[in-house]
Design a protein around this ligand. Structure first.
Ligand code: SME
Length: 163
């Protein structure tokens, strides 16, 4: 399947396009693994300046590495540990402008400078988190947070009857 890459000069259009392309890859499968694998690919292809994009899923009380694009990453993260575990513990999106200044950050790719982690929740269930890293300091602003929370809502609603 060809996802056309397009450059945008504003975040509103970029995130509307991201949402459209996520909907397209999710609609053609009922398999959560296949859907999340394609969702990771869409995120990584369409958002500029990333070095990692993917998912950690709740399994036996911890986050377990799911589909992603980027370098190999830590495979298990406990709630409260790292940026991902903090998102699980608080239920809130975590935006880190400089991971080197963040004590509770788990380093996977030494090139990472900024990170955003969004919980995946629907119907009161927490499926896991969407994790996105960038080599660019302060890469994620409030517009990115809103766009990625919209993406997470779409993915979580789709996951709700598949996991
Ligand atoms: N940095 C994350 C760990 C996962 S990697 O970034 C892919 C964290 O602190 O939870």
């Amino acid at each position: 399947m060809e996802i056309p890459y397009r450059a945008f000069d504003n975040q509103t259009d970029l995130y509307a396009y991201l949402d459209e392309q996520l909907a397209a890859v999710l609609r053609e499968t009922e398999d959560w693994l296949a859907g999340l694998a394609n969702a990771a690919s869409v995120l990584y292809l369409l958002l500029p300046q990333l070095n990692w994009a993917g998912f950690y899923l709740m399994k036996d009380g911890a986050l377990s590495l799911g589909p992603f694009q980027g370098k190999p990453a830590v495979s298990r993260i406990l709630p409260g540990s790292g940026v991902c575990g903090t998102a699980v513990q608080t239920g809130q999106t975590q935006v880190v402008r400089n991971v080197h200044a963040c004590e509770n950050h788990i380093a996977c790719d030494l090139n990472s400078r900024a990170e955003i982690v969004v919980p995946l929740e629907a119907d009161g269930r927490l499926f896991g988190v969407m994790d996105i890293d960038s080599p660019v300091l302060a890469r994620f602003d409030d517009g990115d947070r809103q766009g990625l929370e919209r993406a997470a809502r779409r993915i979580s609603a789709w996951l709700a009857d598949k996991m």
